[in-house]
Design a protein around this ligand. Structure first.
Ligand SMILES: Cc1ncc(COP(=O)(O)O)c(C=O)c1O
Length: 398
């Protein structure tokens, strides 16, 4: 009937080497750093009670990351924390506060650094924003087809930003090569065997949003969390901190990917202990999720502790964008972009589409379910947002 797929994660080769790193204590250190940034404010957790009633679940909460640091996406949490840890390391420390980093003495020490990265838009904007605050250079490479608005937003922060002729994963390789050739610091939001320290800190930076959400939920314990994945760094980090925080009471975790870039789905489905890659143009309007090579750290956490992966078509994200932007009753409006809204879209589909009943039952969604979602971005490509919301997924320009 429809093209939505689900696979169970079989923890046959669960690798728990990152479990301790994503502890509540370490997450607290990242949060403390973020709290020292003048623009820091907790992002809102929208409680969509009317939508929950309509769908027949007990609760539905959406963490709205469009409010993060004025950057319209959650990604600034990762880049800023990883940069702080790198600078702390240069100074022989473990942690450094934002106030210290921008002190004249530290600024003088780091003034010749250049940070380089590859991005679909959101991570690069976070790195450029951080570099701008520290008064250092940043170089940002974007995959082909990147939205001009996202490119402009990065350039406006003073970065040397360019759009390449390659897909996301190849653009990452270009950034890495440039870092090696020029002695720049490579701040990438995905990991592979030989490159894990900086991405691990980026991922730890993401956990600030989780701690904020848990705190706000208080006694309300989520039974289900849906997390969207590109390389799986964000969803891996969330899986890690959720497991540390809730322990034996952890919710059911479902990872959601676009079917045009479903490397985590393919990795989970194969369950052969290897990472599975998706090649080609990764032509999805969910630009933040258009990644074909799983993040090693992310997969270790997901493989060990998450429960399901879903691979979904474009229309699911479009529906999520429309639902969040046009709330029911007295629910709060959430402006959610292509990559931000796909989890809302799939929850709606699971609860309303009878052809998905088998999946709904496997995941265990019912009237007692309390669902937590993260809208990871706002309308970071305003023109595309309007096309999709007004005219549907087929009208997406990218
Ligand atoms: C808005 C948004 N949501 C989700 C993600 C997915 O994060 P990850 O690549 O860590 O899976 C990204 C990544 O760029 C993003 O920009």
């Amino acid at each position: 009937m429809n093209d939505i797929k689900l696979t169970e994660i079989k923890a046959i080769a669960a690798n728990k080497r990152w479990d301790d790193f994503f502890s509540v204590e370490n997450a607290g250190k990242a949060r403390e750093f973020h709290e020292g940034i003048p623009e820091y404010e907790k992002t809102p957790l929208a409680c969509l009670s009317d939508l929950a009633d309509y769908l027949g679940v007990k609760g539905l909460y959406v963490k709205d990351e469009s409010y993060r640091f004025g950057l319209n996406a959650f990604k600034g949490l990762g880049g800023s924390y990883a940069v702080s840890k790198h600078i702390a390391g240069l100074l022989g420390k473990d942690e450094i506060s934002f106030e210290e980093i921008i002190s004249p003495e530290v600024k003088e020490t780091i003034k010749d650094l250049t940070f380089v990265t590859a991005t679909d838009g959101n991570h690069g904007r976070g790195v450029a924003w951080t570099a701008n605050k520290l008064g250092v250079k940043s170089v940002v490479y974007m995959p082909k087809g990147s939205a001009l608005e996202r490119h402009e937003n990065i350039r406006a922060l003073g970065a040397d930003a360019s759009i390449t002729e390659y897909n996301y994963d190849d653009t990452v390789r270009i950034a890495q090569k440039q870092a090696e050739e020029n002695g720049w610091v490579f701040i990438q939001d995905t990991a592979w065997e030989e490159y894990e320290e900086i991405p691990a800190n980026i991922m730890l930076g993401y956990t600030t949003l989780a701690l904020e959400a848990f705190e706000e939920l208080g006694d309300v314990r989520p039974t289900h969390v849906f997390l969207q994945a590109g390389v799986g760094a964000m969803s891996g980090a969330m899986t890690g901190i959720i497991t540390s925080y809730y322990g034996d009471d952890s919710p059911v975790i479902t990872i959601v990917e676009p079917d045009r870039a479903d490397c985590i789905y393919k990795t989970a489905e194969a369950a052969d202990g290897k990472l599975h890659i998706v090649e080609g143009d990764l032509d999805t309007m969910m630009a933040g999720l258009a990644c074909g090579e799983p993040c090693t750290i992310g997969w270790d956490l997901i493989g060990a502790h998450a429960d399901f992966v879903m691979s979904v078509p474009e229309a699911v994200a479009a529906r999520g964008m429309r639902i969040l932007g046009n709330p029911m009753g007295s629910d709060t409006r959430v402006i959610s972009g292509e990559s931000g809204a796909v989890t809302t879209g799939i929850v709606y589909d699971l609860m309303t589409d009878e052809t998905l009943t088998e999946f709904k039952n496997k995941i265990g969604l019912d009237e007692n379910s309390v669902i937590l979602l993260v809208s990871t971005e706002g309308d970071t490509d305003k023109e595309n947002y309007r096309h999709i919301v007004w005219d549907g997924a087929n009208s997406a320009k990218r």
